[in-house]
Write a protein that binds this ligand. Sequence first.
Ligand code: ZN
Length: 250
Amino acid sequence: MKNRILLLFLLCLIKPCNAEQVRKPHCDKHEVVPTYDDSPLVAAILAADDVFEETYVPQPDLFAPRKAVIVTCMDYRLNDFLSTVTPGTYILRNAGGRLTEDWIRSLVILWKLLEVQEIVLIQHTDCGMQKFTDKVMKDLLEGSLGQAKMVHNCNVTLEPVQDPNVCKWKNTSKCCGKEACIDYDCIDWLTIKHGLFKSVLEDVKLIRKHPLIPSDIAIYGFIFDVITGDLIPVPKAIKAGRAKPLYCKK
Ligand SMILES: [Zn+2]
């Protein structure tokens, strides 16, 4: 027993035995983290809702007035446009307005159970998904789970294709990085690599050819210009998304 303790002691001299010493360093300390009780955001939301509910008119019908769904990006600059131009529709939003399997789940529910007949896909200029690549995200995540900051912005035009290398991101802390792949199943961040016209067309085609989306559902593709407010039709996507009567074999 004595020999074992001696051996452990000698090993500690070679290698630090304190777990704190061998553990990877923690992320930079954030002195203040948001909490429900002191979050200005929560307070503002609750206060705004107090005003909102005074004139709130409930809409008890589950079925939206317009038998349509807007599928679009989560970018906040679309909020006013959506509430003004597309009231009474269902709205699906994610990063980039890119088609994902979960959107198919929602789209099928919308046409099958909620009477939706038209799908309007809207992506937009200056989208964040044009401003990084899978490799950039992978490197940032491996470097740190802290937030990254954009240190150089890319152009905001509709075309030409964005060069994501011009846009630069940097981690704000160096610790707690994580692999972005789980068992080699890497996340496809669905960035917009080849310009908006191509990504809108690509996503409309993916919806169109999905076996659970019937041919009599019309799909339209647009680009919203966040600078001018213009909604630009994408002719190739509109052509690809045309509805056809649904014929079933008997
Ligand atoms: Zn976007």
